[in-house]
Write a protein that binds this ligand. Structure first.
Ligand SMILES: Nc1ncnc2c1ncn2[C@@H]1O[C@H](COP(=O)(O)OP(=O)(O)OP(=O)(O)O)[C@@H](O)[C@H]1O
Length: 581
């Protein structure tokens, strides 16, 4: 119940639909329970006692009851559905919203396919319970309760004999619940794994094909699919085992009823019509009790699904802001790191150790160093993608923690190492961070990123629709669109993380030239492996194992005969050799 309690904010606002549904369900049940009573009257009063003049009245009564039942069933079902559909609409939105704000740390370990199955299959499982499960449970209680009361008015001893086997039925149903719930949780998990496999495979299909790993992938999928199949089979086995047992116990009640009830009729202690009515009423008890298995099933699924949904909803956002957070400030771009240490979750080694530096507003900072030395990590602290475990990161003298996330990120243009383009138009991709940008601004950004010419060569120019992964564009073209996207933001701080790694030297040079003007009034961080990309920077930091081991301008660093010089020698050796020859 804890799971449902925690999710109450999603369904309680719509409880009126549930209440209406239950009210009309009571009408449905009441009208249904009148059938056996009418049957009893027809047998005992009309047929046996010969009061045939009652027939027209009974027919009219029957028709009215049918009509009431029909209308009530419609309202009960529709409002029940409304309750479920409206609740999960809100739930689905909240889950998606939560996913937007969860920190990078969450996504480091999250699996896309699994998340997708939570947002679809689990939400649906929960809806099914809200729409049908709750109503069916109430129906069960009412049917059983009212039927027993009606039976008691006919004959107390016969009622007791008939329901004597029912506690056993409840024990079996309870046992079934204990087994079926964990089984369902496993089915859900297995489905999540299956989804993850498919999603990863589609995303990485280029790698799979280029390495001819199709057979391996098929085999792996088969394993996951086999697991999913087995778990479903186990579940089906539980159903197959328990359902006949429940039916058997239910039928025992019918045997007891017919034996003892027949005896009572023979000795005149019960009228034949009452026995027939009893027989129908027992059906109304046994059926819902057996159906209880199905309700429990729905409940178990919903509980398992609810737990998985809560795992997302209760995941801490961590990066918080409050009313005092700095908003509406135009960032100038003065950046300072004070003894900053960063340790990623699940990694005991610090990715950055005691980093201290000052970058004046408008200056250009070059970051170079071997892979994994911490270059990207430095820039990710600026945007608060991660938080330092020690030290402070200041922008314009204010700790980044004190900025509202929106204010901070809307003024920092980040061209990431891996370019991601949405499956929409080029225009929409460039203006993604600033949807109100005019066409002139979009074109201007594209021109500066050296992207305008190739965009104009595409069939629909800026209206060309890109595939999910920017299909149809080369790596360098995608990078240039990503650069245009960052420029379009008109940021105060620009971060170019290996942003020109996929373009040829000539294009890089052209981009650099065009960027000179863009960078003029912005603090720019250039992360690069090529010295040519950052040699004009005002300050260059050489990183090694999370520490700044050398710093200075290009000429100074060349004189030092250190790491920078070594990189320079390797990269320029060939050029000098060519020049000499
Ligand atoms: N999200 C993360 N979770 C755990 N560890 C991480 C994460 N991101 C980076 N690291 C680790 O932190 C260290 C620094 O990584 P970072 O990406 O900053 O290096 P880099 O210098 O930018 O490398 P590259 O040139 O290859 O991009 C590496 O050891 C890396 O494995």
């Amino acid at each position: 119940m804890k799971t449902f309690k925690k999710l109450k904010e999603f369904y309680l606002p719509y409880k009126k639909y549930l209440l209406i549904s239950i009210f009309f369900m009571i009408l449905v049940i009441a009208t249904t329970l009148v059938y056996p009573i009418i049957l009893q009257v027809i047998i005992d009063d009309v047929i046996i006692s010969g009061k045939y003049d009652l027939i027209p009245m009974l027919v009219v009564l029957y028709m009215i009851i049918m009509l009431v039942k029909g209308v009530s069933t419609f309202i009960q079902q529709y409002t029940g559905d409304l309750f479920g559909i409206k609740s999960v609409y809100k739930l689905r939105n909240s889950l998606y919203e939560k996913l937007q704000y969860l920190p990078f740390r969450f996504y480091d370990n999250a699996k896309t396919g699994d998340l997708m199955s939570r947002l679809t299959a689990d939400v649906e499982g929960f809806r099914f319970f809200l729409s049908f499960g709750i109503a069916e449970f109430v129906r069960f209680i009412l049917f059983v309760g009212i039927s027993v009361v009606v039976m008691l008015t006919y004959s107390i001893p016969l009622t007791l004999v008939t329901i004597i086997a029912l506690p056993f039925l409840i024990v079996v149903v309870n046992k079934f619940d204990k087994k079926v719930h964990p089984a369902f949780r496993e089915v859900r998990r297995s489905f999540g794994r299956l989804n993850t496999k498919v999603q990863e495979n589609i995303s990485g299909i280029n790698t799979v094909k280029s390495l001819s790993r199709e057979d391996f992938e098929i085999e792996q999928f088969n394993d996951f699919n086999f697991d999913f199949r087995n778990r479903n089979l186990y579940n089906a086995g539980l159903w197959a085992k328990y359902f006949p047992l429940m039916e058997f116990i239910g039928n025992l009640s019918v045997i007891l009823l017919l034996s003892y009830g027949g005896y009572l009729v023979i000795y005149g202690d019960l009228k034949p019509g009452e026995l027939v009515a009893f027989y129908s009423l027992v059906g109304y008890i046994i059926q819902p009790i057996m159906f209880l298995g199905f309700i429990i099933n729905m409940f178990s699924q919903a509980k398992a699904s609810g737990e998985r949904l809560l795992e997302i909803l209760e995941e801490p956002i961590e990066i918080t802001e409050n009313e005092t957070s700095v908003k509406e400030k135009r960032i100038i771009g003065d950046v300072e790191f004070q003894n900053v240490t960063l340790t990623y979750p699940n990694d005991e080694n610090a990715a950055l150790k005691n980093i201290t530096f000052h970058a004046k507003a408008g200056s250009t900072i070059g970051l170079i160093g071997s892979t994994g030395s911490g270059k990207t990590s430095i820039t990710q602290l600026l945007t608060r993608f991660y938080e330092p475990v020690k030290g402070r990161v200041l922008i314009d003298g204010i700790d980044v923690k004190d900025y509202s996330i929106k204010t901070l990120r809307s003024q920092i243009g980040f061209v990431m190492q891996e370019t991601f383009l949405f499956s929409s138009t080029i225009k929409a991709n460039i203006s993604y961070g600033r949807p109100d940008a005019t066409m002139e601004e979009i074109i201007d950004a594209a021109k500066r990123a050296q992207a305008h010419d190739f965009i104009m060569e595409l069939p629909d120019g800026y209206d060309t629709i890109l595939g999910e992964r920017g299909l149809g564009l080369s790596g360098g073209q995608k990078q240039r669109i990503a650069i245009a996207r960052a420029i379009c933001l008109n940021p105060s701080i620009l971060i170019l993380d290996d942003a020109t790694s996929a373009v040829d030297m000539e294009t890089e040079f052209a981009i650099q030239k065009a960027m000179e003007e863009v960078m003029a009034n912005r603090t720019t961080f250039i992360i690069a492996h090529r010295i040519s990309s950052l040699k004009h920077a005002d300050q260059i930091f050489v990183l090694e194992n999370g520490e700044i081991v050398e710093q200075g301008v290009h000429e100074e660093l060349i004189q030092k005969q250190g790491i920078y010089r070594r990189i320079y020698d390797i990269q320029y050796k060939d050029r000098e050799a060519i020049l000499k020859s």
